[in-house]
Design a binder for this molecule. Structure first.
Ligand code: ACO
Length: 273
């Protein structure tokens, strides 16, 4: 089914305030074609501000999460048309990854299978990541004669250390989901049969938190990575004040429940929203 229509390249459903979005080209191991990249942006935009969506999960149909960029439709066919086509295709891909990095809602990558090269873009874009133990992660670029571009070289150094980044990018060997968890590419790995349940469990915890605080927190964590300590300290004071958290109803209510009602302890769980 190589000529899958653009609108069929991505699937999604919303259940219990969890939006599950999936790469939907299983016959091509969910590699990212220009069609898929355009459709993914549309779906993400559609879901981002919906009131019935509290968390977004990104997964893949079939045996793959995503086998990276489509070597035929993303690379070869665009290169044949010239640089303008390549640049357009890059903007479409990088565009939705960036949108996802700064998404309004918490995001979880549910890595069910193959995850290669360009797929590290959306992997890093998701706030949390859980993999099946037998999923496979690889920077396979070296195996076909290019360097890990499209952010992938940066992402591996963001997610893991110098020696591991070098080894991973230079050797072209895959990591299992279990190894990816040890290296920090994902938060944890679980047996494939338990993957969906574990992700739902995490999403349900997130749904019980203050949504504005979650959004500010995830953006703060991404911002401070690139700052000096002093800049981060200053930025966080200002971000806290700009968001109005000190005077927010949520904070007042939480403080009331802890100090006055004694109905919850912040150290042990979330206040009653
Ligand atoms: N680009 C284009 N087509 C792809 C890609 C891809 N990245 N990955 C898989 N496909 C296609 C195959 O060409 C094949 O198409 P066909 O049925 O028309 O022949 C179909 O998907 C199924 O692929 P198989 O290789 O038969 O599937 P298998 O399950 O045996 O292997 C695997 C899966 C290991 C993921 C293999 O397909 C593969 O190595 N894919 C490429 C992975 C990769 O290196 N991605 C690029 C990373 S670099 C970057 O993203 C910049």
């Amino acid at each position: 089914m190589s000529d899958r229509a653009e609108e069929d390249t991505v699937g999604f459903k919303v259940e219990n305030r969890i939006a599950t979005v999936w790469f939907n080209r299983p016959e091509k191991r969910n590699c990212m074609s220009p069609k898929l990249n355009r459709q993914m942006m549309r779906i993400l935009e559609e879901l981002e501000f919906r009131d019935d969506v509290g968390v977004l999960v990104l997964t893949g149909e079939g045996t793959s999460w995503s086998a990276g960029m489509d070597l035929k439709e993303y690379f070869r066919e665009n290169e044949q048309q010239g640089l303008h086509a390549t640049r357009k295709a890059q903007r479409e891909a990088y565009g939705w990854w960036e949108r996802l990095r700064w998404y309004q809602k918490p995001t979880i990558a549910m890595i069910n299978g193959w995850c290669f090269g360009g797929a590290y873009g959306p992997l890093f874009a998701c706030d949390l990541a859980v993999a099946a133990e037998d999923a496979q992660f690889g920077l396979s670029e070296i195996n076909w004669g290019i360097l890990p571009g499209g952010g992938a070289s940066k992402i591996i150094t963001e997610l893991t250390g110098f020696r591991r980044s070098m080894y991973h990018a230079m050797m072209g060997e895959n990591l299992t989901g279990t190894q990816a968890a040890e290296w920090g590419l994902v938060n944890e790995a679980v047996p494939a049969a338990a993957l969906e349940a574990r992700v739902t469990e995490i999403a349900t915890v997130l749904l019980g938190k203050n949504a504005e605080a979650l959004r500010a927190t995830k953006w703060a964590i991404r911002r401070v990575r690139e700052m000096t300590y002093h800049n981060a300290e200053d930025y966080l004071v200002r971000a806290q004040e700009a968001a109005g958290f000190f005077d927010s109803e949520g904070r007042k209510e939480a403080t009331r429940q802890f100090i006055d009602e004694k109905t919850f302890k912040p150290g042990l769980g979330s206040y009653d929203l």
